[in-house]
Design a protein around this ligand. Structure first.
Ligand code: PAF
Length: 286
């Protein structure tokens, strides 16, 4: 695997691959890679001929400076993992390469409606930062297909709408969430958990499953959600949100809707964990 740090080098390698007839796959990341990221690289390898990954801790998507500063940076270990997963090219730019005129002068991509509420509500500006950096990365790499984890359900919805609205010629592929044996969704933020918190962390996914059970048993949405918030607190979390939305467009799940996604975000110690569960309710929302 080759690592490059500039857009010019990146473009040269991708141009050569494309000229030899290869279909380009792209896996954007912020590094500190785990098995979930590697499953994206595996899928990219299965569906394309030349896999580019990026590692860039994007300051524009952090509304909290402390969160940005403490975000784990583990480039040498990440390079080993990507090489072992048969990634062809790693693009690891620094902040000046990505934002040469400074972040305040950067043109911003805003994706309305779908970026509002949920994580967009708790982290103001977060999705503008994500859609802006992903647009830049897409224009730098010019991939045929890009691979994103379903754990960040709202992020994928934002990127799909952006690609559609702006006619960006990239196929967006969603890859199922990678989970630990006890159900915890793999995340770089799991590294902030103490051993004791790690034991409790699976409680978020359990709670989302309990909401699905309650809705399937005919419980109202309101009661299911308030019971879930209480259960999260009992399990040691500080809930941020728990919501049920339409799985197709993230609009509020109204009565009768059956294809839903149950989304939750909650703090456990120093970590803010997110997860979701896509379900077909046997009788729809009552
Ligand atoms: O999901 C992430 O790691 C980031 O939000 C992404 C898509 C790499 C953009 O910085």
């Amino acid at each position: 695997m080759i690592t490059v740090h500039t857009i010019a080098e990146l473009r040269e390698h991708v141009r050569n691959a494309r000229m030899s007839g290869k279909r380009i796959g792209f896996v954007p990341t912020m590094g500190n890679l785990h098995a979930g990221h590697i499953s994206l690289v595996d899928r990219a390898n299965a569906e394309t001929d030349y896999v580019v990954s990026s590692i860039f801790v994007n300051p524009l998507q952090f509304n909290d400076k402390t969160d940005l500063q403490r975000y784990p940076r583990t480039l040498p270990q990440d390079q080993e993992k990507l090489a072992a997963a048969d990634c062809d090219l790693l693009f690891a730019p620094d902040v000046d390469e990505m934002y040469p005129n400074g972040q305040d002068e950067q043109s911003i991509v805003h994706v309305p409606v779908v970026s509002e509420g949920l994580c967009g509500g708790s982290r103001p500006g977060h999705f503008d930062g994500v859609s802006t950096v992903v647009t830049k990365l897409f224009n730098q790499v010019l991939p045929d297909a890009a691979f994103f984890g379903e754990k960040d359900f709202q992020q994928v919805a934002v990127i799909k709408k952006m690609v559609n609205d702006l006619c960006i010629p990239v196929e967006v592929v969603t890859v199922p969430t990678a989970r630990a044996e006890d159900g915890l969704a793999l995340s770089s933020r799991n590294g902030y958990l103490t051993d004791e918190e790690r034991q409790l962390a699976t409680g978020l996914y359990k709670t989302l499953n309990e909401i699905a059970d309650a809705l399937n048993a005919g419980e109202s949405l309101e009661n299911s959600l308030s019971a879930a918030s209480l259960r999260l607190e009992e399990r040691g979390f500080r809930p941020d949100y728990v919501e049920v939305r339409s799985a197709t467009d993230l609009s509020p799940a109204v009565s009768g809707v059956a294809e839903v996604v149950i989304l939750g975000a909650a703090f456990l110690g120093n970590a803010r964990l997110i997860d979701n569960l896509v379900v077909t309710l046997n009788r729809g929302i009552v």
